[in-house]
Design a protein around this ligand. Structure first.
Ligand code: BGC
Length: 727
């Protein structure tokens, strides 16, 4: 018996050594083929589902490693228990918290997106993660969606441009990005089952482009399926979305991972494109039954189907092939770098992105910047002045080495001024998905705030939403468009005693602003991560000139938003299904086309400088399909300080056989200009990008005729219009 096991051991050793030795110069495809031949069916299936909350099995006898994953997308998440959602209690898992993806999108700066991905990938690599679960590119459809802060706004072009460099940056580290949630997970309410119905045009023109760019331009190595259903089938095993669009049309060669617990059926999972099943709610995850992971849809149940001949083993081989390919790109790539964590460079990247993503929405009588040498007393009021926002929010929660709060940042930068602080209001904690009222006395918090407001030269009200349940948080949506915890009321009281009040809005979503005309300034800061307070103070003090632009529209009232204007069947649905009645008119496409004035428009953001656009032109007036339109203009910084401006090019099809939005973003470029400096800005637009999706022909269609190119610095602020002709 002993002899036999020694022989088996030696054979295994030889074959495992051979596996790697012989294959050095071979193509990865050959290597994969050879490995698959050596695997038992059980070993193959083990690779297709979880072995713990965030890992899946390798093949130990052959030296094939386990795959380790982590959230994502704003930093590398704290370690989670093997079988439960509890924190594992490690002490070496604090990370750099990068700004939320809404902030990244607001920077309108793809170079920063690359830096973001690279730094995050380095942290993931150092923490021995093979897949980082992000970024998210679900389109901003309603301001109530609890997870908008994790996404890149309402415009498919902006999201496409920003997602690609992030993926490149991450994957250079030999770590796979995992773009999520494919697709139409645009609300958290009922996310586990709601069935989305929408037109092909809305699907192809609005909701798919960022995923397509991630696959075809980003060459992303994995994608995460969404929780919800689309046209009657769950997204993680959806014949149309996964087999046809993702794997056939786009030729995605990576791994489709489920969202955690988003698999629902063994046969569909096998046949409709799922490669890796995670987080399924079998007994083992709650009461730790032995071998719980064997009960996953793609474990024993699938084993039985293959053994009985109901499913062909080649179906499993194809999944394993994809998983092995991902492994050769990540944990079986012997040349991948080692990564790094919490370096000063990473914190600098986080700060730079935060600085460029902050959006100045209002600046009456040049309220900002506040001169640190002149201001005497600042009252900083609001719970968000001190609340740690890298915590909470669901799976994107982070344990960070440090998070500089807005108050700390202001205290540090305005050290010669007297800084008064009052909480003003208090949110209650959320415990297991329930919101509990705060035990603090609302009246005394308010009185304290009013007292310090009356004494100060200026008031900075640092409020907004937070990462609790029913706020900017995974698992459900916001219940109201208004600011929570009595903030509107508090602000109106503060304004009675001090007119010199500005609002610093910490949120990942648009909110109702009944006080918009009374306050002197509004700064939209998103969730900025480790360097929050520093970046905020950089902008408030004028050390940095703001250049962020809104990646989504702020409606005056909720009913102005397209999805909401069609009532419950459109949002949140009837409990079973929902219909995207606004069709392609999402965000500014709706506001512009329907002539509804937004409170703040997509692409809008002020600067401490002024810019002037002149000499807008195109290389020619007539184009054919396949041509590239070269647009150029001259931008001049006519203000007194250095700054950055984003030139945005929107397009309109003047006469079309179908409804087309009044404006669609087709290009943008951010330029940096010293005071008085001019630069020629060149922008290219492939003519084919002017096409619409023809849902009769099931293909893109470019109709001849006139197109209007609109150059501006927001979707509402168009300075130059050029007409071109497409043959
Ligand atoms: C979220 C995913 C996340 C996963 C793992 C799910 O609930 O929807 O975005 O990556 O959990 O934490």
């Amino acid at each position: 018996m002993k002899k036999l096991s020694i022989v088996i051991f030696l054979i295994t050793l030889i074959s495992s050594n051979e596996l790697f030795a012989q294959t050095n110069n071979e193509s990865v495809d050959n290597k994969i083929e050879k490995i698959i031949k050596q695997l038992t069916l059980k070993e193959k299936l083990d690779m297709c589902h979880a072995q713990s909350k965030f890992s899946s099995k390798g093949v130990a006898r052959l030296g094939i490693p386990e795959l380790w994953m982590s959230d994502g997308p704003h930093g590398v998440r704290t370690e989670i228990d093997w079988d439960t959602w509890s924190h594992a209690g490690w002490t070496n898992d604090s990370c750099t918290a990068f700004p939320a993806l809404t902030c990244l999108a607001a920077s309108f700066n793809p170079d920063l997106s690359y830096k973001y991905g690279k730094a995050l990938g380095e942290e993931a690599r150092y923490r021995k993660k093979d897949i980082i679960l992000g970024p998210g590119v679900n389109i901003y459809r309603t301001p109530l969606n609890g997870r908008n802060f994790e996404y890149m706004g309402e415009d498919p072009y902006l999201a496409s441009k920003m997602v690609v460099p992030y993926i490149h940056g991450v994957q250079e580290n030999g770590v796979a990005a995992c773009v999520k949630h494919y697709v139409l997970n645009n609300q958290e309410h009922w996310r586990d089952h709601i069935n989305v119905e929408l037109s092909d045009r809305a699907l192809y023109e609005i909701y798919l482009p960022a995923f397509k760019a991630a696959v075809q331009e980003g060459h992303v190595w994995s994608l995460m399926g969404a929780y919800n259903q689309v046209r009657g089938q769950y997204c993680c095993h959806n014949e149309f979305l996964v087999n046809k669009i993702l794997k056939k049309d786009w030729e995605f060669d990576g791994v489709l991972v489920t969202d955690w617990g988003a698999t629902h059926d063994t046969k569909q999972a096998a046949l409709y494109g799922l490669d890796l099943e995670m987080g399924t709610g079998t007994d083992g995850l709650t009461s730790s039954l032995k071998n719980a992971y064997d009960n996953y849809f793609m474990a024993n149940p699938l084993l039985k189907m293959v053994e009985s001949g109901e499913i062909n083993e080649s179906v499993i081989d194809e999944k394993v092939e994809r998983i092995l390919r991902l492994m050769f790109r990540t944990n079986m790539n012997k040349t991948r770098p080692f990564g790094s964590m919490n370096s000063q460079q990473h914190f600098d990247v986080a700060r730079e992105i935060a600085q460029e993503g902050i959006v100045l929405l209002k600046n009456k009588n040049k309220f900002f910047p506040i001169d640190p040498e002149k201001v005497q007393t600042i009252a900083v009021i609001g719970e968000n002045a001190t609340k740690m926002m890298s915590l909470g929010g669901g799976s994107s929660e982070l344990k960070t080495i440090h998070e500089i709060s807005p108050l700390e940042g202001i205290q540090k930068r305005f050290k010669n001024a007297t800084i008064l602080h009052a909480m003003g209001y208090a949110s209650g904690p959320s415990v297991y998905g329930k919101v509990i009222d705060s035990k603090l006395n609302a009246d005394s918090l308010k009185n304290e705030a009013i007292k310090i407001a009356a004494k100060a030269d200026i008031v900075l009200f640092v409020g907004g939403l937070n990462k609790n349940h029913h706020q900017d948080c995974e698992g459900d949506d916001r219940k109201s468009f208004s600011l929570p915890f009595g903030q509107d009321d508090l602000l109106s009281e503060i304004l009675k005693v001090n007119k010199n009040t500005a609002v610093v809005l910490v949120s990942g979503n648009a909110v109702k602003m009944p006080w918009v005309n009374q306050v002197k300034g509004i700064v939209q800061t998103w969730y900025l991560g480790s360097e929050s307070g520093n970046a905020l103070a950089d902008v408030l003090s004028g050390d940095v000139n703001p250049s962020g632009k809104l990646p989504f529209s702020f409606p005056v009232k909720l009913e102005d938003n397209a999805a909401h204007s069609f009532g419950e069947i459109s949002y949140p649905g009837d409990g079973t299904k929902q219909e995207y009645k606004e069709d392609i008119l999402v965000g500014y496409r709706w506001f512009d086309t329907k002539k509804i004035k937004p409170l703040y428009a997509f692409g809008f953001g002020l600067s401490y400088s002024e810019f002037d656009m002149t000499k807008a032109s195109v290389n020619k007036k007539e184009y054919k399909s396949g041509d590239v339109i070269s647009v150029s203009c001259e931008m001049k910084n006519t203000g007194k300080v250095k700054g950055k401006e984003v030139i945005q090019v929107y397009v309109n099809d003047v006469k079309s056989s179908v409804l087309r939005p009044l404006k669609e973003l087709k290009a943008f470029k951010k330029v940096s200009l010293n005071s008085g400096e001019s630069k020629t800005v060149n922008i290219e637009i492939p003519v084919n990008k002017l096409a619409f999706y023809d849902d009769v022909k099931k293909d893109w269609k470019l109709e001849p005729g006139q197109f209007k190119l609109m150059l501006g610095t927001s979707s509402k602020n168009i300075s130059k219009t050029i007409i071109i002709e497409v043959e």
